[in-house]
Design a protein around this ligand. Structure first.
Ligand code: ATP
Length: 279
């Protein structure tokens, strides 16, 4: 990506040639992706195209077989660097019996001394104040004392986002964050992710199964097909035609939509060598 001054900026996250196989079956086949600070990227693609595996490799939940993952140009191979990323899941991992506030404080565990992190009662006052600000940012400050288990799915997802903020993550990766939410809650959560990118300069990537949400809120859309990025376009350019190759079975010889010059995608590899996306 290039700044207005024409200087090539280092992306917050750059993935190059990522490869991953399970039991000899290729799932990521040389995936390239970049994400800038302040950008909201929507990841689209059919079931089994490798979206979750890609995010899991990026945050270290899976070990890639090959390729590079760079955070601000440096290999993301240490725990402190990885803590600059937070992942949000469809199944929201909150401790239901703990308050929303305690759950948000837990986002800071990685930077607390062990003694402090064992019991929520020992969370320092400054951390509780910071967590309150994070809850306020996601519109949940008035529910801070509520056990997470009593919140709705949309509210819980907003608490999970607040926890990522309390982690002070610069990069938020969300794997189907709204798939379990009703349309109104989904809209709110995706709009919140977009705001965090645009207002706070976070780099945000979210796997979505709703192209309309991507078109309305994302800056860019990357579409995966059989473990490669097939299209990488501004969200505003997302048309039904652009989506067809992603979701049409056996679309091996698709006409590839334009991939931007800075996208670093493997658009030219559209004719994937695998017979089926979901073998
Ligand atoms: N731990 C694993 N062991 C074996 N196979 C796996 C594992 N994780 C993922 N896979 C396989 O990798 C392929 C890609 O899965 P992945 O979850 O990354 O796809 P996805 O694009 O996120 O799909 P969905 O939209 O359904 O969530 C699938 O065929 C899946 O079965």
């Amino acid at each position: 990506m290039t700044t207005e001054a024409g200087v090539r900026a280092v992306p917050a996250l750059a993935v190059r040639g990522l490869r991953k196989s399970f039991s000899g079956r290729t799932v990521l086949d040389g995936l390239d992706l970049s994400l800038a600070p302040g950008e909201f990227l929507a990841l689209l693609g059919a079931n089994g195209s490798g979206k979750s595996t890609a995010l899991r490799c990026v945050v270290g939940l899976e070990s890639p077989d090959g390729g590079e993952i760079l955070l601000h140009g440096r290999p993301a191979d240490t725990a402190p660097l990885r803590r600059r990323m937070a992942m949000i899941f469809q199944q929201i991992h909150l401790v239901h019996r703990r308050s929303a506030l305690d759950n948000v404080c837990a986002g800071a565990l990685g930077r607390l001394p062990l003694r402090r992190s064992l019991t929520p009662i020992l969370f320092p006052r400054e951390l509780r104040e910071e967590a309150m600000l994070c809850l306020d940012r996601v519109g949940m400050a008035d529910r801070a004392a509520e056990p997470a288990g009593r919140l709705s799915g949309g509210q819980r997802q907003r608490v999970a986002i607040a926890r990522a903020l309390c982690q002070r993550a610069e990069i938020i990766l969300a794997d189907e964050p709204v798939s379990a939410l009703d349309p109104a809650a989904a809209e709110q959560v995706v709009a919140l992710l977009a705001d965090l990118a645009h207002d706070q300069g976070l780099a945000v990537a979210a796997v979505l199964h709703q192209p309309d949400l991507a078109r309305r809120h994302a800056d860019r859309v990357a579409g995966l097909l059989r473990g490669r990025v097939l299209l990488d376009i501004p969200a505003a350019a997302l048309t039904a035609d652009a989506l067809t190759p992603l979701y049409t079975p056996d679309h091996r010889h698709a006409t590839v939509p334009h991939a931007g010059p800075d996208s670093g995608t493997a658009a030219s590899h559209a004719a994937a060598s695998h017979a089926d996306q979901e073998p």
